[in-house]
Write a protein that binds this ligand. Structure first.
Ligand code: TMP
Ligand code: ASP
Length: 242
């Protein structure tokens, strides 16, 4: 990155740099992977580039469908320009199929199709280990207004509809995903962060039996191997389709 672009934030998978325009930022996707609140760490050469390219394509799809996002354009293969947002410290998870923590914390069997999408909201706070949070607690700690929370939930459901049918076209089952939102300089709510196999569970639908083939970060979380191959497969299917 150019010297005049100052590092303003470094997360587990991305670095955020200032832009000449104070209302924009430059986001660089790193090759680092973490799981279980960074208890598990590794580096996968090429992951940053794949997640950046996949995210850019999905943001473009969402923008075409009138979803407000922070994405502006790709700068290069592992860097994008985005609107600067004040991130709302909530992680909005939407689940279509039961898996992961939902099955660890309830009696629902992994792989169960949910009758309607389930939205789980977590407080984005690494020190507290991102706890599941209730609507009343969100109100209590004054994170955002009830109207804005409704708006974010409504956007998440719309995003699910768009992404679910898009991924189905390329033979991928959208099991669940995590979103983050923020306020831009005009106080509009925009979808932020990334949309990639790091924060979406995607299962290959090209399976003859019921075997689950994860093409997402579960390959790292669950030591399945082949993470770069899986992410490359998703990127390839998206590019072949678009
Ligand atoms: P979970 O089943 O572990 O709660 O994960 C649900 C979805 O959210 C899954 O697609 C992975 C994603 N996720 C993140 O992007 N970041 C996180 O820190 C966690 C815990 C999950
Ligand atoms: N975001 C998690 C971490 O903090 C990883 C995960 O997606 O499970 O390491």
């Amino acid at each position: 990155m150019n010297n005049k672009h100052e590092l303003i934030y470094e997360g587990k998978a991305k670095k955020v740099f200032s832009h000449d325009d104070i209302n924009k930022v430059i986001i660089e996707f790193k090759d680092d992977a973490t799981a279980f609140n960074a208890l598990k760490k590794a580096k996968f050469e090429g992951k940053g580039k794949l997640n950046c390219l996949i995210s850019a394509r999905i943001f473009e799809l969402l923008i075409k469908n009138n979803i407000p996002t922070h994405f502006i354009e790709l700068k290069n293969e592992n860097t994008m320009i985005a609107h600067k947002i004040n991130v709302i410290p909530l992680e909005i998870v939407l689940r279509n199929t039961a898996y992961g923590s939902l099955c660890q914390q309830t009696t629902i069997k992994p792989g169960t199709t949910l009758a309607k999408p389930l939205i789980d909201i977590y407080l984005k706070n690494d020190q507290l280990n991102d706890p599941l949070i209730t609507r009343d607690r969100i109100e209590l700690i004054n994170i955002l207004s009830s109207e804005d929370l409704d708006l974010i939930i409504d956007l998440t459901l719309k995003i699910n509809g768009i992404m679910k049918s898009f991924f189905k076209n390329i033979q991928l089952q959208l099991v669940d995903f995590k979103l983050e939102f923020g306020y831009d300089c005009k106080k509009n709510i925009l979808l932020g962060d990334e949309i990639s196999p790091d924060n979406c569970r995607l299962w290959d639908m090209n399976q003859k039996n019921d075997t689950i083939v994860s093409l997402d970060k579960d390959r790292f979380r669950n030591d399945l191997g082949g993470l770069i191959e899986a992410y490359s497969e998703i990127n390839q299917r998206i590019n072949d389709f678009i």
